[in-house]
Design a binder for this molecule. Structure first.
Ligand code: AMP
Ligand code: ZN
Length: 310
């Protein structure tokens, strides 16, 4: 399995009727069998985290530009960000725009950035929302989010998407509370993946901070063990991160003004499951036909209903 290249795995998934091409690398349609499994993974994560009494909230896959500016994302990952543009010109400019499109010429001068960007990780809309509620309640908060995320990293690799869904839990509280919570996800995430037949390995990881200055940030992140991933083979030489846990310390608490009841800057951490990546790991591990998967794996994912979505 691990000898299969990402590109050839993509070919298999297309041939098996699991994915569909869109015309742009990293953007694929999910066909029925794939979609059923990825919805089942989403539901599995929700069942697991609902036990903790997480507050559920769903944001659309766009986020105020101000949120991204405040978070420092554009300093760290300018290459991955996606901005939303709109037309705010005159009628004459609209005619010129359409004419340029017709002639397949550049029409970008008629586009202006609007107040929105594409959500880069499901947790971003949470921080300003929590900050606006004032000081945290006792024991902090735990919030369940799920969203499409966008990252401008086109590749012919079914596991490196430009648009994908992330199901996250965000823990916001005191340094001790948040540290203990994120540590608990090492064993908890491993057990959750084991329940669907995926033997994942924990690795200390870093984010791809942009540029030479960014490399220092990555080194610091590893030294302080601020990020770990649970990795599993999908395709290619190296295993792929399917679950991630990020400990931001007081970074977002500081940027957005989130305070504990005791008046300390809140710490935050998030657990994130990549729905497409977990789904791909399942197909890579158990085979391209869900009917052939082990009974206990299908049972755990509640995939046994004969028709329709679970
Ligand atoms: P991160 O915010 O980078 O820690 O990513 C959280 C999770 O999202 C990862 O564990 C992956 O499962 C998933 N993920 C990140 N980047 C991508 C991508 N380009 N395509 C698909 N899934 C991704
Ligand atoms: Zn997050």
């Amino acid at each position: 399995l691990s000898e299969r290249s990402p590109e050839s795995f993509l070919g298999e998934l297309l041939a098996a009727g699991l994915l569909a091409l869109s015309g742009v690398d990293g953007v694929y349609g999910r066909r029925e069998a794939f979609d059923r499994v990825s919805d089942a993974v989403d539901a599995l994560v929700l069942r697991e985290t609902a036990e903790d009494g997480a507050e559920l909230i769903r944001f659309p896959p766009v986020v105020p530009r101000r949120t991204i500016e405040k978070s420092g994302y554009l300093a760290s990952f300018p290459n991955l960000a996606g901005s939303v543009f709109g037309f705010e010109g005159t009628e004459g400019e609209a005619v010129e725009l359409a004419a340029r499109v017709q002639r397949q010429e550049d029409w970008s001068e008629f586009q202006t950035p609007i107040d929105l960007m594409l959500t880069p990780a499901a947790c971003y809309p949470v921080y300003p929302w929590v900050a606006a509620a004032g000081p945290l309640p006792e024991n902090g908060r735990l919030i369940d989010v799920q969203s499409y995320c966008f990252r401008h990293e086109p590749a012919r690799d079914p596991a490196r998407l430009q648009s994908f869904r992330m199901h996250e839990n965000v823990r916001i509280g005191s340094a001790d509370e948040v540290f203990a919570w994120k540590e608990s996800w090492i064993s908890r995430g491993t057990a959750l993946l084991a329940s669907i037949g995926l033997g994942a390995e924990k690795v200390v990881a870093s984010d791809p901070f942009f540029g030479r200055a960014g490399r220092m940030l990555s080194v610091n992140q590893v030294e302080q063990e601020l990020k770990f991933e649970l990795v599993h083979p999908i395709a290619g030489e190296k295993p792929t991160a399917i679950f991630s846990v990020n400990y931001h310390q007081d970074h977002f608490g500081h940027d957005f003004g989130i305070w504990t009841r005791e008046g300390e800057i809140a710490h935050t951490a998030c657990f994130g499951a990549g729905l497409e990546r977990v789904t791909l790991a399942l197909f890579a591990k158990h085979g391209i036909d869900v009917a052939d998967w082990p009974d206990d794996v299908r049972a755990c994912l509640q995939l046994n209903s004969a028709d329709g979505h679970p």
